[in-house]
Design a protein around this ligand. Structure first.
Ligand SMILES: [Zn+2]
Length: 269
């Protein structure tokens, strides 16, 4: 507990002040920004396991964090099921998603989601991409995902749906290049969540706990919204003003669920 509280401010604020690195040589290996704080790596490993525990990630999906020493780099596991990720699996990428330290390791095909969102959103320091199942119907239906209760109040800001056909016509639906990553980042705009039609969703935050919180409660909201709709009457959603009024409470209390999730996830390691 004490250790967590000691570290909490830097984890939660996770403000990256470092300047952008010079561009990587085209097609070359970018220079490493150096080793990241082991506590941040531990949080990234925990985030992988928490999201697996919570049913947001399964064998697929990934979570990244911007490098605290260089805002032009991010950290993401090698291609591996999230539940199995350890500190030694974390790789470093530039924002074009070239690896700084590949060492023969295979990489996630969809890592461009992360690099292009970090480019477009200087306020974002953590990104989750998942196929969390309850959310998927809202990406293919005309029924919009809306906040059902206070825990998912952040959805009041609106939930865009990324239509990959508009960006590139017929594809295999994977965000497998920078152009598709940029199109997704454009759909996301300044929001915390975007749905990806026929695929999954992406959540972003100022630090790992926020991106994880948004991913978990987007999934929970989707389940609850479906239940509310199935009751058959009209659904009285959280009003945008109520969402706005509640949001500061998420920032004020996020350390509590984060500490619980992390403890449980790392205990099983
Ligand atoms: Zn995916």
């Amino acid at each position: 507990m004490a250790t967590f509280l000691h570290r909490a401010p830097s984890i939660l604020l996770n403000t990256v002040r470092a300047s952008m690195a010079p561009d990587s040589p085209a097609g070359g290996t970018p220079a490493s920004a150096g080793p990241a704080d082991p506590d941040l790596i531990e949080d990234l490993v925990a985030a992988n396991r928490i999201l697996a525990d919570q049913g947001v990630l399964d064998g697929y999906g990934h979570v990244s964090v911007r490098h605290p020493g260089n805002s032009g780099r991010y950290l993401l596991s090698r291609s591996l099921a999230p539940e199995l990720v350890t500190a030694g699996d974390i790789m470093e990428f530039d924002l074009d998603s070239n690896p700084a330290d590949q060492r023969g390791r295979t990489m996630y095909l969809e890592r461009f989601i992360h690099g292009e969102i970090y480019k477009a959103r200087p306020d974002v320091n953590a990104v989750v991409h998942s196929h969390s199942p309850a959310v998927v119907p809202f990406g293919v239906s005309s029924v919009a995902l809306k906040p059902i209760y206070h825990m998912s109040a952040f959805l009041h800001r609106g939930v865009p749906v990324f239509e990959i056909r508009e960006a590139a016509g017929m594809t295999d639906l994977l965000v497998r290049d920078p152009q598709l990553g940029r199109a997704l980042a454009r759909s996301l705009g300044d929001k915390p969540v975007a749905l990806m039609r026929g695929h999954g969703n992406v959540t972003v935050g100022s630090g790992i706990p926020f991106a994880v919180y948004y991913a978990i409660y987007t999934e929970v909201n989707a389940r609850l919204q479906l239940q509310a709709i199935s009751l058959g009457g009209s659904v009285n959603f959280i009003a945008p003003e109520e969402g706005k009024l509640y949001e500061p409470n998420i920032a004020g209390t996020i350390a509590r669920p984060w500490e619980l999730w992390k403890k449980k996830a790392l205990r099983r390691a």
